[in-house]
Design a protein. Sequence first.
Length: 243
Amino acid sequence: MTVGASSTAGAHAYGDPAYWDQRYRQDPGPFDWYQKYKTLAPLLDLYLRRSHRLLLVGCGNSELGEHMIADGYQDVVNIDISSVVVEAMQKKYQDKPQLKYIKMDVRDMNSFEDGSFDAIIDKGTLDSLMCGQNAQHNATKMLEEVGRVLKDKGVYILITYGDPSYRLHLLRDLHLWNIHVHVIDRMEKSSEQKTWELTRPLPLNEDGSSVAAIIGANNEVHYIYVCIKEKSLRQDQNEGVEH
Ligand SMILES: C[S@@+](CC[C@H](N)C(=O)[O-])C[C@H]1O[C@@H](n2cnc3c(N)ncnc32)[C@H](O)[C@@H]1O
């Protein structure tokens, strides 16, 4: 995760709230990690409805929420662990009732009831936890909470630099969702260069090697894991049912 102004910070820092507070104090932004709304919009259109209740986890000072409500989304709740950024965003958007900002740890969202959201968008937040200490433990806690506050059939959209060999087992271990993988170029490409069709999911086998086989090694893409919650998968897992 080397994008952004403070790329000299050690990888561990990304999992540390004090690091983010300091960063947002120094650099109020706005800044969008990885991708902006404009490039993601066709994919979001595929999975989301304008009336959906949405949660953006680890929102930072990204303009994603602002652009989403400008495009017709009506209820966008944003959380972040940094009080510095949350206070700044509350002030910035005080005249936008469709956008709410709450200071909250994504690993413990106990103020939200089970099944509160139709969709959850994560752009760079699971990645941050994966860069910190106790990465595996924190990532699992986060994903359990994401799964809990999502409605059945709701969607968790994870935008990450992590290819399936790093992310798929983590997501699948929860036995909670059906997963589609999309890819998007990291940089804008000229018209002659090969680009990926964002709205078409790639074929996904058990270990995700089917994705690498198609896009090749060292490809400059971001991966988008669209995880559709299926409560019955968890029930089947608990009851030992095989599909
Ligand atoms: C890489 S930035 C991504 C920011 C934004 N989503 C974007 O796309 O530009 C990661 C964000 O996650 C937040 N974060 C880190 N750990 C968190 C946690 N445990 N709970 C909630 N937010 C967290 C950080 O404060 C930071 O704003």
